[in-house]
Write a protein that binds this ligand. Structure first.
Ligand code: PGA
Length: 251
């Protein structure tokens, strides 16, 4: 099994004062007698990324952005290039989160181009996929998600540089989660798709689960065969909860 990743996605939450939570998380991780058996990362709003990187420099906590532009520079007001994220010293970039697909009309082709921009700059790219409730109810979840994987996967992806995050849209921020069986089935379908596209690398690429991961359900979700970690939204905002997830799953 690849080394798991527990990544926090703060979304559009938190100001400078919120970085206290990162100090608290650092203290909790430092107090462990042995390091958790997983990678840990936080993806704050872009406004906090530089400070976060400086704070976490010597810690086990990796850092990432929540989005990047497809282009390396230019006339794109308000956008951020992957090169800028790398320039700060970040490790990861999330692309194709369902909120960006919905709020900004990002297609899988756009997501793929963003992922390729991230790879080109040497960032590890977290590519998000996931079905809506209507798609699941219609019985099309697997076909939909595997098509998203196929269409969003960047050219040049390797097991080291690309991570897939399966996040059912209906589970994000709702407190609802799929059954362990449903998660296992979807992760297995994603694994098969990856292995078909990339026979060597696809078998080793990490596939995270995301959507209402909490300290109370982390152990069960992370124990599902084929789950290589978590992408955590709301529960990553509080050090206690985020540490609780890391601890429940990988300590
Ligand atoms: P949630 O969000 O943990 O708040 O459900 C997950 C995500 O959107 O990555």
């Amino acid at each position: 099994m690849p080394r798991p990743l527990v990544a926090g996605n703060w979304k559009m939450n938190g100001g400078v004062a919120h970085l206290q939570e990162v100090e608290a998380l650092k203290d909790k991780l430092a107090a462990l007698t042995s390091l958790p058996a997983c990678d840990v990362a936080i993806c704050p709003p872009a406004t906090l990324l530089d400070r976060l990187i400086q704070m976490t420099d010597t810690s086990q906590i990796g850092t990432g952005a929540q989005d990047c532009h497809t282009a390396s520079s230019g006339a794109h007001t308000g956008d951020i290039a992957a090169a800028m994220i790398k320039d700060l010293g970040a490790d990861y970039v999330i692309v194709g989160h369902s909120e960006r697909r919905a709020d900004h009309g990002e297609t899988s082709a756009t997501v793929k181009a963003k992922a390729e921009a991230g790879l080109k700059e040497g960032l590890t790219v977290i590519v998000c996929v996931g079905e809506t409730e209507a798609t699941r109810d219609a019985g099309n979840a697997e076909a939909f998600v595997t098509a998203q994987v196929q269409d969003s996967l960047p050219h040049g992806a390797t097991a080291e540089t690309v991570i897939i995050a399966y996040e059912p849209v209906w589970a994000i921020g709702t407190g609802r989660t799929p059954t362990s069986g449903d998660v296992e089935t979807m992760h297995s379908a994603i694994r098969t798709t990856l292995a078909n596209i990339l026979p060597t690398e696809g078998g080793q690429m990490r596939i995270l689960y995301g959507g209402s991961v909490k300290p109370g359900n982390a152990r069960e979700l992370m124990a599902v065969p084929g789950v290589d970690g978590a992408l955590v939204g709301g529960a990553s905002l509080k050090a206690d909860d985020f540490f609780g997830i890391i601890e429940a799953a990988y300590c």
